[in-house]
Write a new protein. Structure first.
Length: 105
């Protein structure tokens, strides 16, 4: 499931805040309660790369995710470049990569 970090600024009280959602949706201001504030920016967090113990782990929010990203590990790489290439290649390579070193089944 798509996952986003949405960034908001209230038009009434000027408060800024961030919230994670499965869409780039409107939110209500946590300070003054103004409704339907549209995000001014959204960061796509559906797929992320994290470094851990010298490895670069590729995670994806699955279609089953609901209240949180609920990330699943999809690949383990030696370099950040390899991890980012997996994300650029899309689902086709991940499906073809089953059984190859570095891919997580």
């Amino acid at each position: 499931m798509a996952w986003f970090l949405n960034k908001y600024r209230c038009v009434r009280c000027n408060r800024g805040w961030e919230d994670e959602w499965s869409a780039t949706c409107d939110d209500d201001c946590p300070r003054c309660g103004a409704r339907h504030m549209e995000p001014y920016d959204s960061v796509d967090l559906t797929e992320i790369v994290e470094e851990e113990d010298g490895k670069f782990l590729v995670y994806r929010s699955p279609d089953s995710a609901e209240g949180s990203a609920d990330y699943e590990l999809i690949a383990e790489c030696e370099t950040r470049e390899e991890a980012e290439e997996i994300l650029r290649s899309g689902d086709e390579e991940l499906e073809e990569g089953d059984g190859q070193v570095g891919f997580v089944d």
